[in-house]
Design a protein. Sequence first.
Length: 164
Amino acid sequence: MKTLLVLAAAAAFAAPALAQTPAAPAAKPAAQAAPAAPAAGGVTLQQMQDQQWSQLSMLDADKDGKVSRAEWDAMSAMAPGQLTPAVWDRLDTNKDGFLTRDEINARIATAFPLMDTNHDNVVSSEEMQTAQAEAMKRMQQQNAAPAAPAASPAAKPAPTQPPK
């Protein structure tokens, strides 16, 4: 479940950046290779993408190569506060009701530079811990935030009476 926390962190961590920039289409992976071993002291972008998809694809009960909302919801009880509907909404960027490797890779590619604070193209364990802590804080704030009050109609000035 720790790896799914990374995915949730990436979803939460990159949300502000994604809100400002359109997502570029992700390239199709050449092969579905096993995840590479982490770089010494951290993980590269490709390693993180491979690890996240490897973990997420375990939710793919019907083995169709994508994760449906029903498959996500079935697993969400095992990871309370991590596999939330809000995380799903941020990950399912094309809103088709499925998560694909392309969507996950695009999300990770957006979040990775934000997590790689020293810009060495490797997210160290310290950088990951910081990113996860920040993401968890954001998710907790979002979950605890009261619903925004309904917009009230603009106050209309009192009608003026013509002088008598």
